[in-house]
Design a protein around this ligand. Sequence first.
Ligand code: WT7
Length: 651
Amino acid sequence: MSAEENLNTLLKENRTFAPPEEFKAKANFNDPDVYKRAEADPEGYWSEQAQKLSWFKSYDKVLDWDPPHAKWFTGGKLNAAYNCVDRHREGPRKNKAAIIWEGEKGNNKIYTYDMLGREVDKTAHMLMELGIKRGDRVAIYLPMIPELPISMLACAKIGAIHTVVFAAYSAKALNDRMSDTDAKLLITADGSLRGGKIIPLKDNADKAVKDTNVEKMLVVGNIGKESNTSWNPDFDVDWGTLKDKMPANPVPNEEMDSEDILYILYTSGTTGKPKGIVHTTGGYLTSVNHSVRSVFDIKEEDVFWCTADIGWVTGHSYVVYGPLSQGATTLMYEGVPNYPERDQFWNVVEKYGVSIFYTAPTSIRMFMKWGPEHTEKHDLSSLRLIGSVGEPINPEAWMWYHKYIGKEKCPIVDTWWQTENGSILIAPLPGITTTKPGSATKPTPGINADILDKNGNSVAPGNGGSLVIKSPWPSMLRTVWGDDERFQNSYYGDYKGVYTSGDVAHKDEDGYFWVLGRDDDVVNVSGHRLGTMELESAIVSHQSVAEAAVIGRSHVVKGQALTAFVTLKEGIKGTEEMKDEVKQEVVKQIGKMARPEEVIFTAGLPKTSSAKIMRRLLRDIAEGRVVGDTSTLEDPAVVEDLKEKYQGKED
Ligand code: WT7
């Protein structure tokens, strides 16, 4: 479906779902006045939310706004690990499950807050032993095993800055991130399990540390003997061996400034180089904690399962910092949805009595494709709230989710936000908001989001434009690591003091937001955000490639799939092997999740007279639409050739 067709179907959507009475009666947030209160006094509202955290020293000022630079809760001192772990050990939550970890083999580990605290302390001792100090950067390249959140929290405890690199990223991508942050330590594992296969993480890590300032590599023995990795005793440190040598005494929680950096997380943008998004301590924790109480309605007895990998921001905020800051039980699953069988997620929901479930539309569409027989095998009656994130959810998938997972009783929260935002910005409050399938509904309390036209005016209901945030919010990115100019230009270059998201959205007659997708050269494949420039530079680094253009075409399950249009150097043949080489080059440079679905060789790429590649036109070709006027093209024949080559391609 084209973007326009998509929009038309979306805007015809008129089904509405009011919060069920029973849910509403018990909801954490059920007074609609909260929106007005927050709008009338945003700083007062956010200060009230910040009070839910434990501060060593209270802040002097809520907000210091020098556009586009914001400081939140200045003068305040706190520690994220104290807020997420130690403070819960001091009261009745001491022996409550903090992390339930389910392994791919059906093995599990459950950490109470007290146990988690001891693990974090031991790990903090290890970091100190390895010379890590407050402000140092620690890169973490781990699969979904408990050592991942434990490492993050240990960094936070001693004031080190973590930068987590998703385990499917390549050695090159890991090297880029460690170089950019000037990381001193890398924490990784010998290997990881994925769908029954062993992924050799340490081999990648060994390649990645070359030409960096990484001094040591701390290696979790996750696979054991089967991993067969090489070992350098001067550089590699075995997690288990070192941990056994560490003292049992607690490590003090470093008193961090509210504006001290908690973490850096890389995300794709419109240029070739990923951006290191900087999040700080007080504001970030305030927002994520607020959203688990408001959007997810988290209560003491909930089991919260966010299926995202911790390597993405969704996992940072809603597997780790959000639920733990609230003293909730968070579930972490090591594996994939279809291993050992296609009912695996529902098996996990039933096994642990998951009550809040949060996943991505691409997964929901996959479940739809597999059919309801897999969900019907299990008792899902523990679920009371379900959520979606990562890309627009089509009304059909929303309805399926509502019927087969939510059993027509669970409210659905479609949550819009970005790595840069730190926490959910547009979403229903499940005890207040009437939902519409396909709409993330309205900005959450305290968030001043809007849709602007080209002249910077707020669009009238029924119109669309650029999705922006007009006022600062606590968990907003503070800068791009090492490149403040890029931060200013990328996010605050369009309108003064207004954050531009890069998404296009439509506002309906009721003021509901309908997010349509990206406005720029960023593609969303299965909820993974990739920059076309980044992909293109990976492809052209192949010695046989002259030029490349990558586009995201619509795909029924993935949302978007990558098509690479490639011109080869003189004399090189466009064989099937060459297609594989091109795909492999992307895997090598970026990672498996960036592997193009298809490679099309072409003698030339369509360009405007100013030599700009016409990606929109390529998208039209890839999505099988008739191409209109091509007279502004430098070489119209190129298009005919491409259209011909593209025929017969299907999902
Ligand atoms: C982009 C951000 C932090 C969320 C995970 C992805 C798209 C995200 C929605 C939604 C429509 C959505 C946007 C956004 N997006 N959630 N509910 N409805 N679109 O984080 O990798 O930083 O990607 O994901 O296009 O800009 P990210």
